[in-house]
Every structure is written in C-alpha cells, then in structure tokens.
Design a protein around this ligand. Sequence first.
Ligand code: SAM
Length: 200
Amino acid sequence: MSQPLTHLVNWSHQLLSEVLSPGDYAVDLTSGNGYDTLMLAQRVGPSGRVLAFDLQSRAIESSADLLREKGIAINLLERPIPFLPVGVTLAQANHVDFHVWNTHEPRAIIANLGYCPGGDKEIVTQPETTLAALRTGCDLLASGGRIAVVIYPGHPGGRSEADAVDQFFIGLDESQFEVLRLQVVSRPQSPFLLTAAKFN
Ligand SMILES: C[S@@+](CC[C@H](N)C(=O)[O-])C[C@H]1O[C@@H](n2cnc3c(N)ncnc32)[C@H](O)[C@@H]1O
C-alpha cells in the first residue's frame, strides 16, 4: 500500500536506501526513538556499521529498545573509541562532535531535526550545532553518498534553524554536490526535506 505523499521521512529513507548496501557505514545525527537508525541498520546489515547520536538518555534507551526488538546488535557509548565496531553504536553525545567520533567514510547521513516525539520538547536541535554537524557530514561523506535532513519550521526556534539549514544546502559547492528540496506545499509552516548527493 502506498504511504502518504507528504510523509517526508519515507522519502528520506528511500533516497538514502538507494545508496546503501550491506557492509556500508551510515550515520544518524539525531537518533530519537530510533526509527531512522533502524532503517540504516537494516540497509547496512549485520556486517555494516551505524553511528547514531542523541543527547537524551531517554532517546538512547528508546532507540536501544527498538533495535534490540528487531534483533540488531548495539553498542552503547558515551565516549569515542578509535575504531567503530560492526552493528549500531548509540552515542549519548552531541552531534557537534561528529568529527571526533567518526572512524569511517559514511555512505549515508540522516538528521531528523526538532524535538523527539514523546520526549523532552525542551531538548531541540539548534542551528549552530546542527550546521556544525552538517558541515562535518558533507566533508566526511563518501563520494556517491547522500545526506538527508528533515526540517520542521513550526516549533519555537524552528524557523531560524530551517532558514539556516536551507542556506547551508543552497551554498554547497555545485561542482561537488547536487541538492534536492522536497516540501509539503499545502500546509503553512510545512516541513521540508533537503538531500545532498556527493558526486563520484
Ligand atoms: C526529531 S527527533 C529525532 C527522531 C528520530 N530520528 C527517530 O527516528 O525517531 C530529534 C532528536 O535530536 C536530539 N538532539 C537535539 N540536539 C542534539 C544534538 N546537538 N546532538 C545530538 N542529538 C540532539 C533530540 O534529543 C531528539 O531526540
């Protein structure tokens, strides 16, 4: 059965799935309840690696529960280690430190911005740290890889983050990246999806 056209998370999963194969390495900058992390883990399989960040212990626990339920091997870390093991590494850490944690070339990076549904709505992604993590992501991304960001302008502070992320993607070097913007146009303050593909 087809999913609603406006479910942008589905599009982000599809666009990243297209570049992921078993054994690859992928990163989730905002693990939340773990749905994006699970998608990445299923695409890279048991021989692949996923690194997933979240600041909130509650989000890390929720992601861990979902992954365990699906039979996926997880490692829980609060500090970076020299070489990421296979399986999913859940890092209770700020994604601003992505460059410190990273040990491989990611084929796919996902970020679902804003606050965690069912979690602490005060803990919300912030333009400065989001941009720092996206800059790192675009630098580290493998050739042929993709980075996808779902942005929600509707919550307090969401509009300024949305504008900053939009400008960041618009400013990417066109000789290195092609950028797609998908937006729900039928709703005010509608969320949108930005996806950048790094040329081979
Ligand atoms: C919209 S939720 C993510 C949803 C998630 N991807 C999923 O599939 O359920 C955003 C998450 O970003 C986390 N977050 C906010 N700022 C962060 C930061 N600087 N570093 C890491 N995680 C952060 C929040 O704690 C929250 O859980």
